[in-house]
Design a binder for this molecule. Structure first.
Ligand code: ZN
Length: 267
């Protein structure tokens, strides 16, 4: 059974553009290697060259340019297939395999499940690989869930986004969450001023500050840890509703207040 350190070696985080992360998932048994959401090709090619590795596929969570603009260069250079959401077929060019919520597929030789996560975009999907590390899974969640935050609701409704986050929340606590951006410091500043008293929040805020001050990445995160400190996963927590001044409101009202507050937050 893989332990945490060996499993994380299968997972590579490449910083790209201003604050994007491109994820690489390697399978040491089958020698497959998937690239998830390449917003640009150059840093991926540089990493692959440095490690003498060849990718076997590209996977996209949604159509935004900062997640797909590296597709064409990488697909042509390595002659590899591209998987993405069928609902965004018109907006992601070159897909060779199209998926929808509930589909089962293989990514880098690991079994994977497609979870529909509309809200940030209408066709956004997440990929959950339950057993690629033996004792725990990984989820590539694109711009749906971030550490201490969630994606902006550009195309869908607040109800859709909350439903998407609630679906991701159902995954096992041990799941490693790989998101598309390093937004944690900004998210943490927002969460810190909400007046929400989550038990492990102060320790998490201190940890984020330490990592950020050292210029280190704050992701991936473990879902179980995130559920305790990310208010966007807790919109049905009455204590959060109270902190936001909407005591007794339902989860969608609380989520809407939370998301709108973040949209307008300058901190
Ligand atoms: Zn996006």
């Amino acid at each position: 059974m893989a332990n945490a350190s060996s499993s994380l070696a299968q997972l590579t985080r490449i910083a790209a553009l201003d604050d994007n992360y491109i994820w690489l998932l390697a399978n040491p048994s089958s020698h497959e290697l998937a690239i998830i959401d390449p917003g640009e090709a150059e840093p991926v090619i540089a990493w692959l060259d440095e490690h003498g590795l060849t990718p076997t596929e590209i996977v996209n969570t949604h159509h935004h340019g900062d997640h797909i603009n590296g597709n064409k260069t990488l697909a042509e250079r390595y002659g590899i297939p591209l998987t993405g959401p069928v609902a965004e077929e018109a907006r992601i060019h070159g897909m060779t395999r199209m998926v929808a919520g509930g589909d089962q597929l293989a990514i880098a030789g690991y079994s994977a499940q497609v979870i529909e996560t509309p809200g940030h975009t209408t066709g956004h999907v997440a990929f959950y690989l339950p057993d690629c590390f033996g004792d725990h899974g990984v989820a590539f969640v694109g711009d749906t869930l971030f550490s201490m935050g969630c994606g902006r609701v550009f195309e869908g409704s607040m109800t859709e986004m909350w439903t998407s986050l609630a679906a991701l929340r159902q995954l096992p606590d041990t799941t490693i969450i790989c998101c598309g951006h390093e937004y944690t410091a900004s998210n943490a500043r927002y969460v810190a001023q909400l007046g929400w008293q989550a038990p492990s929040l102060d320790a998490k805020l201190a940890e984020i500050k330490t990592l950020t001050d050292q210029g280190k990445a704050t992701v991936p995160v473990r879902l179980g840890d995130e559920k305790a400190v990310n208010p966007f996963l807790c919109a049905d927590d009455p204590m959060l509703a109270k902190a936001l001044g909407c005591d007794g409101a339902d989860a969608i009202e609380v989520f809407t207040a939370l998301r709108t507050g973040k949209d307008n937050f300058r901190g």
